[in-house]
Design a protein around this ligand. Structure first.
Ligand code: SAH
Ligand code: SF4
Ligand code: F3S
Length: 458
């Protein structure tokens, strides 16, 4: 694993924890994975080295998620297990950050008094400072409501040598009624295009081949920057600027919002050679009644119109989506509408979630309309069954075709296989003989399951 410090901004002048080891455990989405890379960067700047396991760690950071209730349950379960880890060595430090920490604040330590530092999402770059304070004065909680510093101001130690996250925007200004993200991540703030391009260039210099742009609503990127005095989004222009970065092989982005997708962005995705022909269009529900209750800002018809435009504009586009099953008030008829859109859309993959009421959200107050667990479970199974068949058909379309594969890592189970992704975002396994991490290979697809492909080098 290669360690690359991209930016040299840091809260401390001198490394102070040389010889100690850290471990970061991450729950949740790509934003959290990327924040964890920043935490690792700050720890390494402070002199620590990455531990291979929890047992070898002196400092442990748990980066939490709270998108669904089971994420909270998992956190408190994990903190319970970590009481023993802490008690094994009195010098060990346990740090908790991320979205659940932002939401629960003091409650984290009330439920787990053995935690040394609780830090929210808005002040991540203060972590080493808080660790110092906890050593001097005991346990500390710092969860603030206003954004103090962008996490992008911190150095970063990436998990992958060749594929990197690049935050273009933090927070979200939407108000989907099921979603807790705006309350734990704050309002939408875009980074300057020049900062983004500079970070991309630094990444390429350190060996990165593929970049995934991150934001909760990437197609509204730049509205708040008023570039050239305009509050028009600057996303298509950003893609074009990044497409010109020399040495970069591939650009992906997530997540766009269907309501803000512009035809010119679809054209750019098709025309810009480095931008992958892959679009994630999170539908959530196919029923107009439910979409309205979710405040998603589009109808089934509008969604399908945009999806069809994507299919017509982008050559061999790979499409994915998110669905929430069992939103309050979802009837069998509403669910059938979702299945109808799923069948018509022919997504490569669907990320499926059972509705989970989140504190502070509007949907949490719709308890009169909550759907029974058994009904949600059976709808979920039905959707899964239908989509697995569709995914298999979609994945089989690649058999016999030639694709460009970026090799990212060894397969988990065996060293005789490696894996990576092709342009459409599908995972591909390939025998590891004569293949190295970072290779950008011409391969032929020979096998397909509903979830992955197998290839051979041409
Ligand atoms: N900004 C992204 C979504 C981020 S959250 C977007 O608008 O698409 C990722 C996914 O988690 C959502 O798309 C939704 O499908 C799911 N999700 C969010 N809140 C949820 C909840 N309360 N219950 C179940 N699923 C939820
Ligand atoms: Fe949540 Fe909606 Fe914002 Fe996505 S767009 S993060 S679902 S509020
Ligand atoms: Fe992501 Fe979970 Fe936070 S999905 S933004 S880590 S609540």
């Amino acid at each position: 694993m290669k360690a690359a410090i991209e930016l040299n901004k840091t809260p401390r002048a001198k490394p102070s924890r040389s010889g100690l080891n850290y471990f970061v455990k991450t729950f949740g989405c790509q934003m959290n994975e990327h924040d964890s890379e920043r935490i690792a960067g700050l720890f390494e700047y402070d002199g620590m080295l990455k531990a291979n396991s929890l047992e070898q760690a002196d400092v442990l950071f748990i980066n939490t998620c709270t998108i669904r209730e089971n994420a909270d349950d998992k956190l408190y379960g994990t903190l319970g297990q970590l009481k023993k880890w802490k008690s094994e060595n009195s010098n060990r430090k346990l740090l908790v950050g991320g979205c659940a920490a932002q939401k629960d604040k003091e409650l984290v330590r009330e439920r787990a008094p053995w935690v040394d530092v609780v830090i929210g999402t808005h002040n991540l770059t203060n972590i080493v400072n808080l660790l110092n304070q906890s050593e001097d004065w005991g346990p500390i909680t710092e969860v603030i409501d206003e954004i103090e510093s962008l996490p992008t101001d911190a150095p970063s130690i990436r998990e992958s040598e060749v594929s990197a996250w690049l935050t273009i925007q933090i927070g979200c200004n939407n108000s989907c009624t099921f979603c807790i993200v705006p309350s734990v991540r704050g309002p939408e703030i875009s980074r300057r295009p020049s900062d983004i391009v500079n970070e991309a260039t630094a990444m390429i210099d350190s060996g990165v081949k593929e970049i995934t742009l991150l934001g909760q609503n990437v197609n509204s990127y730049g509205r708040d920057l008023k570039i050239n005095g305009s509050s028009k989004p600057y996303f298509t222009e950003l893609l074009t600027e990044l497409n010109n970065v020399e040495g970069l092989k591939r650009i992906r982005f997530t997540s766009p919002h269907p309501k803000d997708f512009k035809p010119e962005t679809l054209i750019a995705v098709n025309d810009l050679d480095k931008v992958a022909n892959q679009i994630h269009m999170p539908l959530q529900s196919g029923s107009n009644k439910i979409l309205r209750k979710m405040q998603r800002g589009y109808t089934q018809e509008k969604f399908l119109e945009k999806l069809n435009l994507a299919k017509d504009t982008i050559e061999d586009v790979s499409l994915t989506t998110d669905i929430i099953v069992g939103f309050p008030g979802e009837t069998d008829v509403d669910f059938e509408e979702t299945l109808k859109v799923i069948k018509e859309s022919q997504f490569d993959a669907v990320y499926m979630f059972k509705f989970s009421p989140r504190p502070g959200t509007t949907a949490n107050t719709m308890d009169d309309d909550f759907i029974e667990k058994e009904v949600i479970d059976s709808r979920f199974m039905k959707l899964k069954e239908i989509q697995t068949e569709i995914s298999h058909v979609r994945y089989k379309r690649f058999i016999g075709t030639d694709q460009k594969l970026l090799v990212e890592k060894y397969s988990k189970k065996t060293n005789t296989f490696m894996s990576g992704k092709i342009d459409g975002g599908q995972t591909v396994h390939i025998p590891s003989q004569d293949v190295s991490i970072g290779d950008f290979l011409d391969v032929r697809i020979i096998e397909a399951t509903p979830f992955a492909l197998t290839a051979e080098i041409i």
